[in-house]
Design a protein around this ligand. Structure first.
Ligand SMILES: *Cc1c(COP(=O)(O)O)cnc(C)c1O
Length: 795
């Protein structure tokens, strides 16, 4: 039975299709079906509707010989797929009706889907938003990534401390993907290079097969779908029959186990470099498979003349993780397709582009030349050739070399091999020009461009916030979903009492859902009238969750001192994971949980102050927390957060921001207006100066009574065993690299301004309206249009 593809299916036909798939694909009758069976039947029903535009788009791109965009990323933090697909196909009402005629609970079915957590945080989520926007804009594109069997670890708390458990989303059938056994590529490692008559050939000592698994990504209104192609590793020989016949079963399976390791786990590191051989192999595995696939498709569509590659192919490298693409593309063009080095270099540079995501020195990837020479001997030679060419053609100073102190510097490699290099917010791009790549910028003044990040309004507004989406539809029409600038129309309603009332009501519904769901499950009794103050993001020192929890302690102490004061009730919500080996971040998690236990049980203060830290923050949890937030905490040390995208999601959902002048906060504040944004803290420039001042932390703490009290209470053991926190306290007094102390008093005072503002609920709602109304710029559709025009030259 085939779905009718010419028009949107009715509820009746959806219900028929669901029953069809339940029976014929799942092999279950309705009387025996589990929630899982039903979810798969619903997913296959929706997938059928995506396949038609998907194939049509492929045909059109091929027949019209369109230029394609290729987005290479080690991470795609997708989250759940089903509801997003239903929304983009505009099938919500029909699906709701279909499920209710089948006697099914829609929420139960949607909640059954595991998150595809193939990323750590912002960088991976950006890649997922970009894939959705590329499809919504009808740009022919592929995303290339790795099909990790285990995504980002699951976080639990034991005694308040983070415990990591493996994530196992592929432990059950994944209904969205299509395996392509005909698109398989051999990926080599190690071995040696033979050169005969100037022609070099790499003879790898090991190899694995990269196999393609395709997931269609449907765009808004269902007109176009692109492919997310994830590579799974397969052994070149399934198993060793000789060993098997000799009875050594474990050894016989070894080649398979070794190969599969490559796509086994996502590295749980966030922004710090993991100098591990396996990680380098994973990066090369993704990159080589993607480039081989791109060249195969180019030749199939445009013939053997690779000189036209840059006219038909634009490749974007999401951070330096796939930066081995430079030497790999040169190797393929030179060693496998017979081009000269200068030709290969020129074509590669006109095809590749690189997005920088961080200025933190510890996060800039470097590989020892020893390891690079072991794992990728031919690439090390080519890197040397690229470096020599760059020196000869630019007379660059020695400290700009790619290879330095026996290390290959992937940032320099990516920059030198890119047509365009972009930063991800206005401030970040300025800092890229003036700090990390200052010398390269002088040599190549037109190469660095800015593309401020964005998020997709389909998932982060329409899907995540139905009460607000309904209100927007009623107030300004439905066009905002595909054209977020239309939110500007809300400005006319910022003084309209009925609208402000309705906005308050929408926020209240989200706060109640959160209180009765997630927070109740956690055992936190939340008052939906309290100010919901939310900081959710990876746990990192520069993001300064420590500043937030110290302010909480100081506030708690003040409430104790005058329990009959006019305090504004607050619920502080934290969420986020720490990299497993990052002790400071883990200590801060422990501290937050210890403080929560003490404060939440305090009968004197608990009507004013509570803390909730739900474990395992992920995309699905973000979809629940962000729409319920009144206040968005974006408090990183200025100059450290490249852009942030969480900050944009909150603004779109009507939360006001308390934040520093960092990353895209700067642009948010400019757009919503300084009077509708709670600003505090040092600027990036001031922060750099303050850090250079000897004893800055101690000097600042000695001036701040509130901060002294907070640190003292921890040291006294008021929240748990103080010895857990001695190292953290010592670091705060004596080092404080991210200037928690220097910004403390300003932050504390700013929070009191937030309290005062929240008491005037009408004015708060007006400010919230202006935040939503000004957030159109932060649609990832706008970001993608920027890349198309400035970098990819498509469309
Ligand atoms: C948006 C998002 C992030 C990025 O948040 P920042 O505050 O920008 O660091 C991280 N994780 C998840 C699950 C997200 O949805």
């Amino acid at each position: 039975m085939r779905p009718d593809l010419t028009e949107l299916p009715s509820a009746k036909s959806l219900a028929d299709q669901i029953l069809y798939h339940l029976t014929h694909t799942q092999g279950r009758g309705p009387e025996f079906a589990t929630v899982f069976d039903w979810r798969l039947a619903v997913s296959y029903t929706i997938r059928d509707l995506i396949v038609t535009p998907w194939m049509a788009g492929h045909r059109a791109s091929r027949d019209q010989k369109l230029k394609r965009v290729y987005y290479l990323s080690m991470e795609f933090l997708i989250g759940r797929i089903l509801e997003d697909a239903i929304i983009n196909l505009e099938l919500e009402p029909q699906m709701e009706e279909a499920l209710s005629t089948l006697g099914l609970d829609e929420h139960e079915i949607l909640d059954d889907e595991p998150d595809a957590a193939l990323g750590n945080g912002g960088l991976g989520r950006l890649a997922a938003c970009f894939m959705e926007s590329l499809s919504s804009l009808g740009v022919p594109a592929f995303g290339y990534g790795i099909r990790y069997e285990h995504g980002l670890f699951r976080q639990r708390f034991e005694g308040g401390q983070q415990v990591e458990a493996p994530e196992d989303w592929l432990n059950q059938p994944h209904p969205w993907e299509f395996v392509r056994i005909d698109y398989s590529y051999t990926i080599g490692f190690k071995g040696h290079v033979e050169t005969v008559d100037g022609q070099s050939t790499w003879l790898p000592g090991e190899s694995v097969i990269a196999r393609a698994y395709d997931t269609p990504v449907i765009g808004w209104q269902g007109n176009w779908a692109n492919t997310l192609r994830l590579w799974g590793a397969q052994p070149t020989n399934l198993f060793d029959l000789h060993r098997f016949n000799a009875g050594d079963y474990a050894a016989a399976a070894e080649p398979e186990a070794l190969a599969r390791t490559l796509s086994r786990v996502l590295y749980p590191d966030d922004t710090t470099d993991q100098g591990k051989e396996l990680r380098l192999k994973q990066e090369y595995f993704l990159t080589s498979a993607a480039l081989q696939d791109i060249i195969r498709r180019f030749v199939a569509e445009h013939g053997e003349n690779l000189a036209h590659l840059p006219d038909k192919v634009a490749i974007q490298l999401n951070d330096t993780h796939p930066a081995i693409a430079g030497p790999e593309l040169i190797r393929l063009l030179m060693d496998e397709h017979g081009l000269s080095f200068p030709e290969a270099l020129d074509l590669s540079r006109r095809t590749l582009n690189y997005t920088n995501h961080t200025l933190l020195p510890e996060a800039l990837e470097r590989w020892s030349t020893w390891l690079m020479g072991q794992v990728l001997p031919r690439h090390l030679q080519i890197i040397q050739m690229i470096d020599d060419d760059h020196r000869a053609s630019t007379h660059r100073p020695a400290h700009v070399a790619i290879v330095q102190h026996d290390e290959v510097r992937m940032g320099e490699l990516a920059f030198i091999m890119a047509g365009k290099v972009n930063g991800v917010s206005a401030l970040h791009t300025d800092l890229v020009r003036s700090t990390v790549f200052a010398d390269l910028h002088k040599l190549h003044p037109d190469r660095i461009v800015n593309e401020t990040n964005g998020v997709t309004p389909r998932r982060w507004l329409r899907l995540a916030n139905p009460p607000l989406a309904r209100l927007l539809d009623q107030t300004i029409g439905t066009g905002w979903t595909g054209d977020l600038d239309q939110l500007d129309g809300l400005k006319a309603h910022a003084a309209d009492a009925a609208f402000l009332e309705a906005l308050r009501d929408a926020k209240r519904q989200n706060k109640e859902s959160l209180s009765n769901g997630l927070l109740a499950d956690l055992g936190v009794k939340a008052d939906p009238d309290a100010l919901f103050d939310v900081q959710v993001k990876r746990m990192h020192e520069y993001k300064r969750q420590l500043l937030n929890i110290l302010e909480t302690i100081a506030l708690w102490h003040r409430i104790h001192a005058s329990p009959n004061g006019d305090w504004v009730p607050r619920l502080k919500i934290f969420g986020g994971k720490a990299a497993p080996g990052y002790w400071i971040a883990k200590t801060v998690i422990h501290l937050i949980n210890d403080v929560a236990r003490t404060i939440n049980d305090d009968p004197v203060t608990s009507k004013y102050l509570k803390i909730a830290y739900p474990p395992n923050y992920n995309v699905s949890m973000a979809e629940k927390l962000i729409p319920a937030a009144d206040l968005s905490e974006q408090i990183s040390t200025a100059g450290k957060e490249a852009s942030g995208t969480g900050n944009m999601k909150f603004t779109m959902n009507g939360a006001l921001t308390i934040g520093t002048l960092d990353g895209a906060n700067v642009e948010i504040r400019d757009l919503v207006g300084p009077e509708n944004f709670f600003l505090f803290g040092l600027t990036a420039e001031e922060a750099a100066q303050e850090k250079a001042r000897p004893g800055h932390a101690r000097l600042a703490i000695e001036k701040s009574e509130d901060m002294q009290v907070a640190l003292q209470l921890i040291a006294e053991g008021r929240f748990g065993r103080p010895e857990h926190y001695y190292a953290l306290l010592d670091r705060t007094w004596n080092d404080d690299p991210f200037l928690v102390a220097s910004d403390f008093d300003d932050y504390f005072a700013c929070q009191r301004r937030v309290d005062a503002a929240y008491k005037d609920s009408r004015d708060w709602d007006r400010m919230s309206t202006l935040n939503i109304a000004s957030s159109g710029f932060f649609s990832s559709d706008r970001t993608i249009r920027g890349y198309m025009k400035d970098i990819w030259k498509v469309g």
